[in-house]
Design a protein around this ligand. Structure first.
Ligand code: SF4
Ligand code: SF4
Length: 179
């Protein structure tokens, strides 16, 4: 079974937000909400400063607390790509998953259910990349099966220095940022 993940090259991301706009359009994300967003983080001291620009979203964690805490089973692991998904019909809007996510990746949709990045599974099922990956003008994002040794994402993770967000949280995030 595939284990979908994403690799994002922080050296070529320019923070243009095309990924954010593409996601909102593709997934009809309501005004005031976002399924992905841009973070700019500066590290070091003058003159050795480094700016990292990251396109962030749900990490589709290997050990997702949002699934463990959901009282109705709305938050679940989908067989296809073993990604973390939400069944809006089962969601009662209790916000337990919002509180449990260390990445603040979820929000309550204007229609009352929890929402977040789906990795655009509706596109992936058609053999397409997620909208954010497809639209990136610098091609800094790659999507694929992390358990396939010859996939682009596996080769990048094996070849390049990288980090994931909040590994100490123990959630097993599946988005890796090349540095
Ligand atoms: Fe759940 Fe948050 Fe991990 Fe996404 S990033 S799978 S919402 S804990
Ligand atoms: Fe589950 Fe919905 Fe409550 Fe989140 S808000 S824990 S998806 S019932």
């Amino acid at each position: 079974m595939a284990r979908f993940g994403m690799v994002i090259d922080t050296r070529t991301c320019v923070g243009c937000m095309d990924c954010v706009v593409a996601c909102k359009t593709e997934n009809d994300v309501p005004d005031g909400r976002c399924r992905d967003w841009i973070v700019q983080q500066t590290e070091g001291t003058m003159p050795e400063l480094r700016l990292e620009i990251r396109s962030e979203r749900c990490n589709h964690c290997d050990h997702p607390p949002c699934v463990d805490c959901c009282p109705t089973g709305a938050s679940h692991i989908e067989d296809f790509g073993t990604t973390v998904q939400i069944d809006a019909k089962l969601c009662i809007g209790c916000k337990a998953c919002l509180a449990s996510c260390p990445y603040d990746a979820r929000f309550i949709h204007v229609e009352g259910y929890a929402d977040k990045c789906t990795f655009c599974l509706h596109r992936v099922r058609q053999g397409l990349d997620p909208a954010c990956v497809a639209v990136c003008p610098t091609h800094c994002m790659s999507f694929g099966d992390l358990d396939d040794r010859i996939s682009a994402v596996s080769r990048l993770v094996n070849a390049r220095a990288h980090h994931a967000l909040l590994p100490e949280a123990g959630t097993g995030p599946r988005i890796f940022f090349l540095t």
